[in-house]
Design a protein around this ligand. Sequence first.
Ligand SMILES: Cc1cc2nc3c(=O)[nH]c(=O)nc-3n(C[C@H](O)[C@H](O)[C@H](O)COP(=O)(O)OP(=O)(O)OC[C@H]3O[C@@H](n4cnc5c(N)ncnc54)[C@H](O)[C@@H]3O)c2cc1C
Length: 745
Amino acid sequence: MLKAVTVPIFRKHILSGLEAGRACAFCFSVCLLLLSPSNTPMALATKLPPLQLCPCRPKPVCNPCFPTLGKLSCPSRVFRVRCATKRTGKRRYPSEKKELDRRNKNLIQTEVANREEGFWRLYRLNVPAHKDPGKDFLGVSLPLLEAVAKVLKFPVASMLPQEAFSIVRKSFDARKLLKEPVFVYTVDMDVKQLLNLEPRTWDFIARLEQKIGLLEYMLHKKESDDLIRVIHDFRGTCSAMDKDRLDILSNEFYRFQSSGRPKIAVVGSGPSGLFASLVLAEFGAEVTLIERGQAVEQRGRDIGALAVRRILQLESNFCFGEGGAGTWSDGKLVTRIGRNSDSVQAVMKTLVHFGAPQNILIDGKPHLGTDRLVPLVRRFRQHLQGIGVDIKFATRLDDLIVENGRVMGVKVSDVWLGSDLKSQIWPYDAVVLAVGHSARDVYQMLLRYNVDMTIKDFAVGLRIEHPQELINSLQYSALASEVCDGRGRVPVADYKVVKYVSEDGANSSQRELSRSCYSFCMCPGGQVVLTSTNPSEICVNGMSFSRRASRWANAALVVTVSAKDFDAFSCHGPLSGVEFQREYERKAAALGGGNFIVPAQTVTDFLENKLSVTSLPPSSYRLGVKASDLHELFPDHITQALQHSICMFDRELPGFISKDALLHGVETRTSAPVQVTRHAETYECVSLKGLYPIGEGAGYAGGIVSAAVDGMYSGFALAKGLSLFQGDTDTLFGKPQGSSGFVKY
Ligand SMILES: Cc1cc2nc3c(=O)[nH]c(=O)nc-3n(C[C@H](O)[C@H](O)[C@H](O)COP(=O)(O)OP(=O)(O)OC[C@H]3O[C@@H](n4cnc5c(N)ncnc54)[C@H](O)[C@@H]3O)c2cc1C
């Protein structure tokens, strides 16, 4: 009886505390005592060291490393786990509530300029999933009009004309804390059109008041354009400028090496290189795009040969080749650098220009999938060639030509013919380095020129794979039957979990003792793929097709690592993080036993620290998995952080720990392990003139969209430096949202 009453109370207390970032050790201990050990995940959790959940009472730190998990019941091993959830609604702190009230008050006092026209943006309109026409419907349905009518306090929803509304955003929310799963809409209401079509709405419009994040008024609807149109419009305005300025511009050209136009090499055709090339070429630079890998047509065949015949082409694989690392991927276009910012919108619209479906502009979690990315990249290439970009595939940058501390050109070799005799030197006025984080040879080369590089935090871990049906049912319960292999009304279920695990005694100022454990690059309905660029190393990632119809759901489960973790490799200087990655990739290859076989272990065995002896559950990884003890891979503190976070993830998603869940080793290339220091405004490398390090490899992006945005801004910055562009990028796109290159999509 005591147990029946107290457990729910304590559990509720703990969970709400966890969500608010504070929980009480007492409650947690009591709960552990009272809960039945027959509860599988909890039983596993109890085998791990007790978790101290109260950050307000830190214990003295004796050892900065995570304690060993050898004997699972040792009481002295104390971890603290905090959740990273945003406080909303009733969970807001009083100071946050006060600030919100103040902003609301200011907004209400701002006079709505003209109530008879303009637009109202209505946020957070919830339509229950069972009433909504489904994820692929982007029109205005009657249930949505009902939600709008509620906000307007308009009595008859069906009288609201659909034409007056347009969908800005549509997402699916199936969190358990909701009464029922809902589609959440953001909608723009065109007042003039509404009053024309239904004058009886006037009384209601006249009474509307602004409320931050719920109901906001704008006189004009802001429509962003794709990048090509933005540049064309800008150049159109420029051509109307006075002749003097154009003379200055053309005089500037004379200082360039040959044709009178600045000659730029962009190295790497990933998102950052493609967008930088686009901007520079549209502004009139003579651009050569140098790519070590193959065009998507041949690259597809090379990836096929890897999957079927185990042939790894060193220069044409999942990381290298046209479109960059993200071409054979899930093509998630989510980003943490501000989805609604003008720069991100310009990138998204440009993707639509090159064939991405319109729904990426509306979908709350847009994704493309490999089948859509490949033709998109091809169209991007055709456009670049159409505006004069010379694209050199199978051409690898081997060296920079440096004179008097300035890059004057590049030394490249033809990797398709595999002959060093094919090495050539090409002169350029500037070199944009967009090589991604797997170009370790380029990092080495930069080191030879004493290019200033700093060690950057990143994350390492394992890739977990569950049956997709399991994830659907964990997330959607009864609604799981509506997924229908991606053809159904609700999206194929995904998840995102984050926990902070820190050693006993660490407080918020001791960041080096805390590790973030999180899932990322979740590929619903996807497959695990090999992203090694060298046959003696194994690293994995995930991809999927647009419909996300495979039987599996995979995601990286990673733990942050920083300079302290790379101490053992300090002789490699700023590249110690690269050596750290390489070390675990080699270990994974050895554990797998060669032939690209990936070491794997079930989640339950990984938590209990025992080898998976019975047969492993099936894996989507095509080249085979081998039952291995994944504890042999990483240092103990990383393995333990992963174990603890998995237990915590299971509390958020009960069933996450399952005998059908398989861990694959290793996931090491989550983002660049270094950052190449560059000037904040010119994007030029601070230690080598004429070099422009951009994108993920340079440590300034983490994902397709942020890399594209970085490429775009750097293109503008360089165009400005070359006097091809005389405007202000901030006016066009706003200030770049500084990406540390750590924040992932
Ligand atoms: C399997 C996989 C799945 C992913 N899924 C997603 C996802 O769903 N969503 C997301 O946002 N991100 C995803 N990513 C990450 C994303 O692909 C990268 O963040 C993004 O591509 C980085 O862009 P970039 O232009 O900076 O570099 P990259 O895309 O890495 O491009 C670098 C290019 O430079 C070329 N290159 C390298 N060295 C040389 C040289 N010496 N000479 C000539 N060329 C060279 C390479 O061949 C490559 O084409 C995924 C990555 C992988 C590997």
